[in-house]
Design a protein around this ligand. Structure first.
Ligand code: FES
Length: 109
């Protein structure tokens, strides 16, 4: 199955993934600038991605903890999710997410 990432610069990167993969890991393997500092503990929000609207509804709902963390994520919007909480399934073949600009802000200082 495939997952599409849109970089903060607007490029599209297609990545190969398998059911059961965590979206964060697939993104990192594809070279996306997601830190994922807490490795899926829902304690950092550096794995924040914006899910394409048509895909957002297809994902399992975010837990309350995830929602709380998203409230703190820079540039979060209605279809934001933590990529460390998204487990890929065959239904999600073609999933498209955008890596937010804010992922770069730290480097700019
Ligand atoms: Fe920290 Fe996802 S890796 S919240």
């Amino acid at each position: 199955m495939k997952v599409n990432f849109t970089t903060p610069h607007g490029e599209t990167v297609e990545a190969e993934a398998a059911a059961g993969d965590i979206l964060l890991g697939v993104a990192q393997a594809a070279g996306m600038p997601l830190e994922g500092t807490c490795e899926g503990q829902m304690a950092c929000s550096t794995c924040h991605v914006i899910v394409a609207k048509e895909w957002f509804e297809k994902l399992a709902e975010a837990s309350e903890e995830e929602e709380d963390m998203l409230d703190l994520a820079a540039g979060a919007c209605r279809t934001s999710r933590l990529s460390c909480q998204i487990v890929l399934t065959e239904d999600l073949d073609g999933l498209t997410v955008t890596i937010p600009h804010e992922a770069h802000d730290m480097r700019r200082g």
